[in-house]
Design a protein around this ligand. Structure first.
Ligand SMILES: N[C@@H](CCC(=O)N[C@@H](CS)C(=O)NCC(=O)O)C(=O)O
Length: 316
């Protein structure tokens, strides 16, 4: 079994990991002006519980109470050269919506000429029988800003107008250095590319550690989209990135503030109950053959995510 395209198609001239550009970029809008109006029961989210980009959408859907509005299917965490597949198993199921066996079917029905990767998360439209988007940064923003009429009454405002500029700024550096930084480190194909990526990653984590010393959340005094985006990488850090991706200057548990912050979020159902360490570990260790040819999944780490975090009193 091998993973298509990871090497060398996603490797640049000096061995650096280059992420593919997103290719399906429809938007769902409250007023329907984009051609995809926000409606209950119309859209279906395909996710992997292992994938940090998909995990954002799962958390936001839950935080906003959109579970009955946007349905969801979880893929088998282990991916082979055919791409993500739907099967019944622990924490994942066959595709009850379209009866797809592979996620590729959704992409090829949308565009028979599609040549990109078949990625999660992506959103299927029952009405037009096509994918609306696989562009994950838009997905959570659309749930937050376009599905207002369908959110639960006490849903948090994760993308408040007054904080958007700061959230966007934080998201950009967190994306470059942390969310994608762990992939740049893990998939580096030269020592030089690895060295550059790993030091950039940890310099940014050091900065975030300082930022979170006196404030509970990344931006403003409230939970926002920025916290969701950082969390999904932190949740995977010690379980897979430290070992499998060689992000090992420090572990998450070595950063008192970041570790407390991650536990503070984890201890809320939308975060903790959507983390599946079995899917996470099985996916990374069993899918990237080049990095782990034995496909052995490690037992640890043993970490207490429910330990008190003591961050309740921190302000903005
Ligand atoms: N769509 C985005 C991010 C989503 C993404 O990378 N998802 C991964 C899982 S974490 C995936 O579905 N990969 C499938 C593949 O590469 O074949 C991208 O292309 O960079």
């Amino acid at each position: 079994m091998s993973v298509t395209g990871q090497f060398p198609a996603e490797t640049g001239a000096t061995g650096e990991f280059v992420r593919q550009k997103y290719s399906i970029r429809g938007r769902i809008t409250a007023d329907g002006s984009s051609g995809f109006p926000a409606q209950a029961g119309r859209y279906h989210l395909y996710v992997s519980l292992a994938c940090p980009w998909a995990h954002r959408a799962i958390i936001v859907r839950r935080l906003l109470g959109l579970e009955d509005v946007i349905s969801m299917t979880v893929v088998d965490p282990v991916r082979d050269e055919r791409g993500w597949a739907f099967r019944d198993g622990p924490g994942h199921t066959a595709d009850g919506v379209c009866g797809f066996q592979f996620l590729s079917e959704a992409y090829l029905l949308t565009d028979p000429e599609y040549t990109g990767r078949y990625t999660v998360p992506c959103i299927w439209d029952r009405e037009t029988q096509r994918l609306v988007t696989n562009n994950y940064p838009d997905t959570t923003i659309d749930f937050e800003t376009q599905f207002g009429a369908f959110q639960k009454p006490d849903a948090p405002d994760l993308y408040p107008v007054a904080l958007r500029d700061e959230i966007d700024e934080v998201n950009e550096v967190v994306y470059q250095d942390v969310n994608n930084g762990v992939y740049r480190t893990g998939f580096a194909a030269s020592q030089e590319a690895y060295d550059a990526a790993v030091h950039t990653l940890f310099a940014r984590l050091d900065g975030l550690e300082e930022r979170l010393a006196g404030q509970r959340y990344l931006v403003g005094g409230q939970l926002t989209e920025a916290d969701v985006r950082l969390f999904t990488t932190l949740a995977r850090f010690d379980a897979v990135y430290v070992g499998h991706f060689k992000c090992n200057l420090r572990r998450l548990v070595d950063y008192p503030n970041l570790w407390g912050y991650a536990r503070d979020l984890y201890q809320r159902p939308a975060f903790g109950e959507t983390v599946d360490f079995e899917h996470i570990k099985r996916h990374y260790y069993m899918t990237h053959d080049r990095l782990n040819p034995s496909r052995i999944v490690p037992a640890g780490p043993r970490v207490d995510w429910m330990a008190p975090h003591g961050r309740e009193g921190l302000g903005a």
